[in-house]
Ligand binder design. Sequence first.
Ligand code: DC
Length: 239
Amino acid sequence: MTDRKRPIIVAVDGPAGSGKSTICSEVSAKIGWSYVNTGALYRGVGLLARDRGIDLEDESAVGAMLEKLAGDIRWDYNHHQLYCGGENLTLRLGTAEAGNAASFIAKQQKVRQLLLPVQRNLAINAPKGAMVDGRDIGTVVFPDANLKVFMTANLEERARRRLKQLDAKALAHGNDAADARDSLSAVMDDISRRDNQDSKRGEAPLRKADDAVEFDTSGYSQSEAVDALIALIRSHGLL
Ligand code: DC
């Protein structure tokens, strides 16, 4: 059922490397909706805490910093840029530093509580529909989303995609691509450690909402996954 007071919201949750951000950003561009990448918010907050020399395990210090900054977080729906405390953090969001910092602060109740209205407002203010991706969008942020999708892919495929991104980044910086065979198992270990952290934590753990549609992207090319997600949204009468 479509709630007239707010735009249509499609919640997309799933583990790291399942393709959420790539697929959601392309789907939203194709159908003229806004894309809200909530992982970028956690990454941005983690980076800001690190930049300020805050101990990432110190929940009250991270919370105090975010309390001051939460009103100053801006996400550009069209260009997918994140501004926090007057800084454009976008170029640093994909770094391992940001991912690690995010995984620490995402466990903290205070951080989750302060980011909840930020995420809701971003999606609710979208001019048309919003694709919102993360770990707890269908369970906590928008339990009444118009459609909930749980996006997965098998571990090896997720690691291969991650490795491809890392290699592209290394080559862009003039470094050699990583040795794929050696690093695949390292990336698989890293992803499975993150999966564990995300699904076992006490605060808003990653889990499939009971009413979410499972969407396994293993074996799909990017454009096939984009088309399949658009077809799913359409089949729910949202387009
Ligand atoms: O999706 P990502 O890798 O950009 O997410 C970064 C971190 O933030 C990851 O540890 C999971 C966490 N996260 C979360 O806990 N809840 C969200 N809604 C989005 C991300």
